[in-house]
Every structure is written in C-alpha cells, then in structure tokens.
Design a protein around this ligand. Structure first.
Ligand SMILES: [Zn+2]
Length: 380
C-alpha cells in the first residue's frame, strides 16, 4: 500500500510521530473498528477514528436522529432530524475523510446477531447508553475474544475501561451478575454533553493504541471522570475475577442464550417512578435535593449503592453501606440519625422502612443520587 500526496499530507502529523509513522498509518488504514451506538460516545469516537485514518469503520445503530440528540451527538446535524443515524454517521465520516470505508449496520443489536456483527472487526467500541446493552456487548466480546472499550456517563460523571481477552477484568468481573444494573439504567436520564464527548475521545485513543500496539491500555484499570471538579481518577481493578460468571475459571455463562434476561432493558425503568409515602414514627422522608438545608449535626449520610457506584461518585460526606450486604447494614450505628439514599430512591425506601421498624432513626432521601445529579444539573 502506498500513500497518495494528499494522504501523505493528511497524515503528516502521524508520520512524524515515532509511535505511528508510515508503517503505523498503514496499519490503521487496514484496521477494522466497530462502534455500537452512533450516539454521544460513538460520535466522538467515530470522528476521531475517521480523522486518524482508521480505514474500515462499522457503525451499528437502529435509531433515527432526533433534535434532543444534537446537544451531545456531534456526528449529526440539525437538517438531518429523522434520518437513520447510521446514514448520518456515514455522511459526516466521509465528508471528514473519504479514505474511510463505512459499513452501516442499520439494525438493533441483539443476542441473535451481535456475534456475527462483531466477528469481522479488530476492536469494538461500546457506545450504547443502556446497561442491558452494555452487558450484551461485554458478553459478546468476551465470548468471541474480541477486545473492546467500555464507557458510560451520567450527569457530570463517567467511566471507561478497556477489555483485552486474557489480560484483565471484564465488566462482569466488576459488576458481577448485574449488581447496580437497574440503577445505571435509570441514570441515563441526564448528562452534560461534553462528558460522553471526552469519554468517546478516550475510547478512540484506546482503539488506536490497541491497533498500533503502543502505550498502556485501560486494561485492569477504570478511569473515572468527574467533570464538575474536573478530576480524573484511575482505579486499579486488578486481574480478572477467577469467579467471574463469564470470564472466570468455571463460567456459568457459556453462550448468550444463558442470560437473555440480562439483555432486556424493558423500556422505562419502574424504579424511576416517584416514591410513595413512608410510614413509621422514626422514619422521615424528604427530597434528596433538600438535604443540604435539612442536615443535622448527628447525621450519618449513608450511600446504599454498590461499592463500585460509590467510587464513581457520591454525596459529600457520605459513607458506603451497600444494601445488598446484610453484614454491612447490621454495623450501622444506633446513636445517629441515618440519612439513606440509593441511586433512584427505591432500595433506600425499602431499607429505610426496615431499619425504622428495627428502631433506628431514619431520614430517607427520596429520589436518590440520580435526583441529586439532576437537581445540580438543572441549577447549572
Ligand atoms: Zn469477567
């Protein structure tokens, strides 16, 4: 393969980079990357992959462009509302770089078609926005030994990691059998557009590094971004979990047929509904956004979500007692008012009622961390 004069000029900044050079650019032009989801993450990832000259890009999406997408999905344009997203993506990519061959997968990615869809590609980027889809991408990539980049964003926060077969944990190593799945599904309700934009750029960077075999990937590490304080934290997630149901030593998931229910997002999540009233003399309930003004001196602010979500971000001063660990709850102090919250308000309401019956003084923060994020978003 030889470069034309215009290609040599286009990629000149890569040619002078020792880690890329002419040989690396050839490698990129022959590479195949699939981006699942032409939304906010996929927009940023695809634009940079196309600009970098990754020669074969697959785009999988079955949605059409909506006006509300344009706040963050920078592949699309105002005059393309109603277009298939894959068609809009192809148009933008080829306007940026005609060297790129774009394959449109204009279909819903399902357990029935995902394995054959990812098969021809060297690397997969998960740009989906539902946790059910993220499990599907993870499981398909692990089962077909395909490296992929995971990312997700909510509010001002997000996280990303890279899975490489045999080299580090998969999403199920970190989240087990779906712990926190429902919470994260609900959490896709609001997001500052630049957060998935930053994450998509990082996903494209990981893909390029993988294809060139350079640098250190986010494998065995989870990068967490907090855009509010502009803090970037890299958590060491260590080796793959030998007890992982998917990539562990004795996996219970040997085919996508084994966990079909995990891949169903079920539309509107029923835990998003408003909380009902709570009874019990020792139980009081307020909206989580009112908490800063109602805070008492003898309060213990308790985050009932999983340790992983707690590490992603929490309320200032909160301590973590995951509700699914009974031994954690039994160690809660009885001499303080327990101010409980979870992601959506559902788990915390049930836990608050139970603890109040056990004689604890409890303040339930209705709406959960999601409402807290949304409250801060609307006041921004
Ligand atoms: Zn795993």
């Amino acid at each position: 393969m030889t470069f034309s004069d215009s290609q040599a000029e286009r990629y000149s900044r890569h040619f002078v980079l020792p880690e890329v050079g002419v040989a690396g650019q050839k490698r990129l032009m022959e590479a195949r990357v699939l981006v699942i989801g032409a939304g906010a993450l996929g927009s940023a990832a695809l634009l940079y992959l196309a600009a970098a000259g990754v020669g074969n890009l697959g785009v999988a999406d079955y949605d059409r462009v909506e006006l509300s997408n344009l706040q963050r999905q920078i592949l699309h344009r105002s005059d393309r509302v109603g277009w298939e997203k894959v068609r809009s993506a192809k148009e933008t990519i080829n306007a940026l770089n005609p060297d790129v061959t774009v394959t449109c997968h204009d279909k819903k990615i399902t357990p029935d078609n995902i394995l054959e869809t990812v098969a021809p590609y060297d690397f997969v980027i998960d740009g989906t926005d539902r946790f059910a889809s993220k499990f599907l991408v993870n499981d398909a990539c692990v089962l077909s030994k395909k490296p992929y980049s995971h990312a997700g964003a909510v509010g001002f926060e997000g996280q990303t990691m890279t899975y490489v077969p045999g080299k580090g944990p998969c999403l199920r190593c970190l989240l087990g059998d779906g712990d926190g799945r429902e919470e994260l599904t609900c959490a896709s309700a609001g997001v500052l557009g630049t957060i998935p934009g930053m994450l998509g750029c990082i996903q494209a960077t990981e893909a390029v590094k993988y294809l060139l075999g350079i640098g250190q990937l986010l494998t065995g590490r989870l990068l967490r971004i907090d855009g509010r304080g502009m803090n970037f934290v890299t958590l060491n997630t260590g080796e793959a979990d030998p007890d992982c149901p998917l990539c562990g030593k004795n996996p219970s998931i040997r085919s996508l047929r084994d966990r079909l229910s995990d891949y169903k997002s079920g539309g509107e999540c029923n835990t998003c509904r408003a909380d009902g009233g709570a009874d019990g003399a020792a139980l009081k309930e307020i909206p989580i956004t009112d908490y800063p003004t109602d805070r008492g001196e003898n309060d213990l602010l308790v985050d009932l979500r999983s340790e992983m979500l707690f590490r992603f971000g929490t309320l200032p001063g909160a301590v973590n007692f995951p509700a699914d660990r009974e031994e954690a709850l039994t160690s809660l102090p009885r001499d303080k008012r327990l101010c409980l919250f979870c992601q959506t308000g559902e788990v915390s309401r049930q836990t608050a009622e139970r603890l109040a019956k056990d004689g604890y003084r409890v303040l339930h923060l209705a709406g959960g961390y999601r409402a807290y994020l949304m409250g801060n978003l609307s006041s921004f």
